[in-house]
Design a protein around this ligand. Structure first.
Ligand code: THU
Length: 159
């Protein structure tokens, strides 16, 4: 028997340490929480994606009385980006979330389904998606989805 050691390195930083472009993406993700439709959870999530052509596409979580019919901010944003710009890789995805009181202290991690969709985006465009997770206390900078989804299923096993 042996161990399979999978390592994830996440950069933890403060807003001031980010590049201007990353700051802009975080700002937009935070802004987009205002467009969230979250009457059930009251948890407002916003996301902003930077595409290879420089376009920034934004989105927010959209809930539904039939709960599973709603969609997270990350998937709303990626599906919109992929629909509007089907030939543009997604370079970076920023995510922010707030309760009714304020933005959350710790970075918001994407749910499992969103991780899988981010993986598909990487596979489709053959380009890693950098991920910026905003929290009031600190920001996580992740270099690609495999750091959040080790042992991932990307369909290559089916070939
Ligand atoms: N949500 C997101 O939009 N992104 C995440 O990464 C986690 C959860 C949304 C889904 C739902 O509208 C609300 O937050 C509570 O789960």
């Amino acid at each position: 028997m042996k161990d399979l050691n999978i390592q994830t390195i996440i950069k933890v930083c403060q807003y001031d340490e980010l590049s201007d472009q990353d700051k802009q993406l975080i700002d937009k993700a935070k802004e987009m929480t205002q467009h969230s439709y979250a009457p059930y959870s009251k948890f407002k999530v916003g996301a902003a994606a930077l595409l290879a052509n420089g376009a920034i596409v934004t989105g927010s979580n959209q809930e539904n009385a039939a709960y599973p019919s709603g969609l997270c901010a990350e998937r709303t944003t990626l599906f919109y980006a992929n629909s509007q710009y089907p030939d543009q890789a997604v370079l970076t995805l920023a995510i922010a979330a707030r309760t009714e009181q304020d933005f959350i202290d710790n970075p918001i991690p994407p749910c499992g389904a969103c991780r899988q969709v981010i993986l598909e985006t990487e596979t489709r465009y053959k380009h890693p998606v950098r991920i910026l997770l905003y929290g009031k206390k600190e920001i996580y900078l992740i270099k690609g989805i495999r750091d959040l989804l080790p042992l991932s299923f990307d369909g290559s096993e089916m070939e």
